[in-house]
Structures are given as structure tokens and as C-alpha cells.
Design a protein around this ligand. Structure first.
Ligand code: AMP
Length: 269
């Protein structure tokens, strides 16, 4: 996803600038200021797909920690080597390492300060959620809006087994859905469609186990009533276009205006 999600700033900068003054609003219409939107869900729940669609529609950039870490892991450095080992094992990367990468992006991104930012894959532990809270408070930013894509475990396994990614641009396809590329090639740039290393069967089980042990408590953390209802659960076990529609309903309701033409051909990753 890296290029598509993180690298699509050209067009989006303009849209993000358009969002200036379109502060996200709460249910009583009060301006909330720039806001972080967290897409929370297990591997295969469609966070990447939905993040890319929301970005395209609202001009708010998506930061995918998985994509960031995969890029870092390609480096021929000791930390690149350690990351490769962690990702290959399906384990979570150290909280502080991931937080620093996300925090750097939030601190330096004008879009984050002006319109907001979508986080895909962060936070994944309660410790990360607390670090994010402290950072946002120190920047005077509103608490994040947490959108949880809930998908049964069996469906996740099936989706992950069929997931393929363009080796060139990172576009995501699924062999089990209608959109599976042109044969084994990407519809966008003709790149080869490959399976992610960590989508192999054994690693998927470890990633799902890590989600249940480390990330389910994050849902509880955001569901605390004291947090003022920032948590919304969505049924992610539906066609991607339906999920997109509900997500856009929530984000649109909160004040950001989007491009209606985006999202009709969404695919669950
Ligand atoms: P994803 O593409 O979101 O499924 O992430 C791929 C892998 O990157 C995960 O299995 C973890 O090893 C690592 N990762 C991504 N985000 C985080 C995070 N917030 N904390 C720790 N590890 C992460």
C-alpha cells in the first residue's frame, strides 16, 4: 500500500488545503479542530482498502504503519534486519519504534494540523494508544475518532489467503473477490501480483493471535465512556462498498465534505 496511501500527496495536498476551515464537528455541530481518524481492526479487516478510499475522498492522508515498517525493513541496516525478522514472525514491532514513526508524521504533517490524518494499523497496543493520547494532548488536538472494522476470524483467514498485492504500486487485490487484477497483473500499472510474506498460513495465525492478545484491549480502552463516545463499531463483514458508505456517512456527518465519485469500486483487502 505504501505508494498508494502514503505517496498520494500531490492531488491530496490541494484537497487537504480545501479542508482548511472544514473543521470536523461533533454531534452538536461544534468544531472539533483537526482530528485523527483511527481505522482499527484485525489483519484482513479492510483497513488498508478503506483508508485509501477515505483518503481519496476526503483528501486526508492515510498513514499505514504496516507499509511504513515494510519499507523500513527493506533497508540493509541492523534495524532493517531486526524489522524483517519481526514482520516475518508475525509479531508486533516495539511500541516506541512504531510510535516515533507515527509521531514524526503527525508533528510534521501540515494536513494533520489543518484537516486531520487517518491511521491504518496504529495503535495496536494500549501502550501505543496512551502515547498517542499524550502526543495529541500536547499538540492541542482533539481525541481520535476510532472506527472499528469488525470481521469474524474465519472470514479474515479466507480473505488473507486470497490477498495479493501489486509488487510495483502496492494496490491490493483479492483472488476471491470480483476484482483480481488482469490475470496475475495489476490493473493500474501491470505490475506482478504477489502474496505478502506475512500472509502465509502460519504467519497469519500468529498475526491474528497478536491481534487478539494485544489489540482487542485497545478497543476496550477506546470504549470507556469517559472518552466521550469516540468509538464506533462497523460490521466489516460486508461488501467493501457498503462499508465505505457507512464510513463516509460517519466522517461526513462529522463535518468533512468529500468527493462522492470515490469508492464505488472498493475491494476488501
Ligand atoms: P499491517 O500491514 O497493518 O498488517 O502490518 C504488518 C505488520 O507490521 C504487523 O504484523 C506488525 O508486525 C507490524 N506493525 C504494523 N503496525 C504496527 C503497530 N502499530 N505496532 C506494532 N507492530 C506493527
Amino acid at each position: 500500500m505504501s505508494n498508494r496511501v502514503l505517496g498520494c500527496t500531490g492531488n491530496m495536498m490541494t484537497r487537504a488545503e480545501n479542508l482548511k476551515g472544514h473543521a470536523i464537528r461533533n454531534e452538536t455541530g461544534e468544531a472539533m479542530g483537526p482530528r485523527i481518524i483511527i481505522l482499527l481492526g484485525a489483519p484482513g479487516s479492510g483497513k488498508g482498502t478503506q483508508g485509501a478510499l477515505l483518503s481519496a475522498r476526503y483528501g486526508v492522508p492515510t498513514v499505514s504503519t504496516g507499509a511504513l515498517l515494510r519499507e523500513e525493513s527493506k533497508k540493509n541496516t541492523p534495524s532493517g534486519f531486526r524489522l524483517r525478522q519481526t514482520l516475518a514472525a508475525g509479531a508486533l514491532v516495539d511500541d516506541q519504534v512504531v510510535f516515533e514513526a507515527v509521531a514524526a508524521r503527525i508533528r510534521t504533517s501540515s494536513e494533520a494540523r489543518d484537516g486531520g490524518l487517518i491511521l491504518d494499523g496504529f495503535p495496536r497496543t494500549v501502550a501505543q494508544a496512551r502515547m498517542l493520547d499524550r502526543l495529541l494532548a500536547s499538540m492541542g488536538m482533539a481525541a481520535p475518532l476510532v472506527l472499528h472494522l469488525d470481521v469474524p476470524r474465519e472470514v479474515l483467514r479466507t480473505r488473507l489467503a486470497g490477498r495479493r498485492q501489486c509488487a510495483t504500486c502496492g494496490a491490493v487485490y483479492n483472488l476471491r473477490s470480483g476484482r483480481s487484477g488482469r490475470g496475475s497483473r495489476c490493473e493500474i500499472d501491470g505490475g506482478a501480483l504477489v502474496e505478502r510474506d506475512d500472509d502465509s498460513e502460519g504467519v497469519v495465525e500468529r498475526r491474528l493471535a497478536a491481534y487478539e492478545a494485544e489489540t482487542l484491549p485497545v478497543l476496550e480502552y477506546y470504549r470507556w465512556p469517559e472518552r466521550g463516545g469516540c468509538y464506533r463499531r462497523l460490521d466489516g463483514n460486508r461488501g467493501p462498498a457498503e462499508v465505505t458508505k457507512e464510513l463516509c456517512g460517519i466522517v461526513g456527518f462529522l463535518g468533512a465534505t468529500g468527493d462522492d465519485s470515490v469508492g464505488d469500486t472498493a475491494v476488501a483487502a
